[in-house]
Design a protein around this ligand. Structure first.
Ligand code: NAI
Length: 355
């Protein structure tokens, strides 16, 4: 098949929303509703052209299907992009027009925050649709998802240590953390408390200052942190940090961090495996953020304790993936996809929810 549809690669629905009055140009991609309504954030970004926006939203929504399936959630995968510069193009009218477009999908797509959108934006979108999460706690939402995400990464790191070193603990281990934002800072604090030795870096000096004085923390230059002589390296800043060049220089036995899309290209999963480095698939270990916003969909509303309890299953999901990768002699990335596909095939016919 050729043409536009050939690019949709199994997506159920792709909606282009246009509103001349507010300047809204958005694309909503629903990859799969086989496990439930599709949930994924809205990225507000000045894409160079519409084609780049379409490529991005298709890729991101597909990834959400796998993320939700591996996390054991009754959610499908979807994502939205708003084409524009959030610093100059954001307006109440544009966000409401976007909310109306989300509402047209009748619950098949539920939005949330992503790069370029904030909980305040979600509150405006909610004035047009109920199908929105990622609101501030004052609005009845789940607030900063960094807490849940960092917790999931920390517990996953312990599980990976169990597989790689035989003991599921970071006590006495050396962990290098790239990026000290909402996730990285909390992760560092938890690891210090557990008795790990830390090497950290961030481009932002204020972020570094937040953790520099903690016991056992050493600050290094941003171009060195990934290659520290550590047991574990944890990317929590940017995507595409694991490439042919960087993988060759890694010293750590485990890679486990929250940053999205850590692999530069698919083959990088093979490169990590060939070097004997245990790569914890990013979308599996950073699922705490999704689990946290998904809790807003409960009938009684969001409960932090319940969300955190659910995040505590993230390391079990990771362990199953690591075991499958070992048993089938495949990459951990391939094992994660297989586990997701198996779950979708096994339970999608049994769900109460029908899209
Ligand atoms: P954040 O924006 O709060 O923190 C990112 C930090 O990385 C900032 O302090 C920034 O200065 C730093 N940074 C940027 N470039 C850097 C570089 N070259 N070297 C070192 N540090 C650099 O973001 P947050 O929320 O902490 O998320 C971290 C990563 O995890 C992001 O990739 C995000 O997409 C991903 N993620 C976050 C979730 C969440 O719940 N917050 C959920 C799932 C994924």
């Amino acid at each position: 098949m050729e043409g536009t549809f050939a690019r949709f690669e199994g997506h159920e629905q792709v909606v282009f929303a246009n509103d001349d009055a507010s300047g809204l140009r958005a694309i909503i991609a629903v990859h799969s509703t086989r496990l439930g309504p599709s949930l994924g954030g809205t990225r507000f970004h000045p894409y160079p052209d519409d084609d780049a926006a379409l490529t991005d939203v298709l890729r991101l929504s597909r990834a959400m299907t796998y993320k939700a399936a591996c996390a054991g959630l009754d959610l499908g995968g979807g994502k939205a992009v708003i084409i524009g510069d959030p610093t100059t193009d954001r307006s109440e009218a544009l966000l409401r027009a976007f909310g109306r477009a989300v509402d047209w999908l009748g619950g098949r797509y539920i939005t949330a925050c992503d790069v370029g959108t904030t909980p305040r934006d979600m509150a405006i979108i909610r004035r047009e649709t109920r199908n929105v999460t990622g609101l501030d706690t004052e609005e009845g939402g789940s607030g900063d998802s960094g807490i849940a995400t960092a917790h999931g990464v920390h517990l996953s790191m312990r599980a990976a240590a169990g597989v790689a070193f035989g003991e599921p603990t970071l006590q006495g281990r050396h962990v290098a953390v790239q990026g000290l934002g909402k996730v990285g800072t909390r992760l560092v604090r938890a690891l210090v408390e557990e008795g790990a030795k830390l090497t950290v870096a961030d481009v932002d000096e204020e972020a570094v200052d937040r953790v520099a004085d903690l016991p056992g923390v050493e600050v290094v230059a941003v171009d060195q942190v990934l290659f520290a002589d550590a047991d574990v390296v944890s990317p929590n800043a940017l995507g595409a940090v694991l490439t042919q060049t960087t993988i060759a220089l890694l010293q750590a036995r485990i890679v486990c961090g929250a940053a999205n899309n850590q692999l530069g290209v698919d083959e990088d999963a093979d490169r990590l495996r060939e070097r004997g480095i245990l790569y914890c698939p990013d979308y599996v270990v950073n699922a705490g953020g999704l689990i946290n916003v998904a809790d807003e969909l409960h009938d009684g509303g969001y409960r932090h304790d319940r969300a955190i309890r659910r995040v505590e299953h993230v390391p079990d999901n990771l362990t199953r993936i690591l075991e499958l990768a070992r048993a089938e002699d495949i990459t951990t990335e391939a094992a994660a996809e297989e586990i997701a596909e198996r779950r979708i095939a096994a339970v999608s016919g049994l769900l109460r929810w029908r899209g």
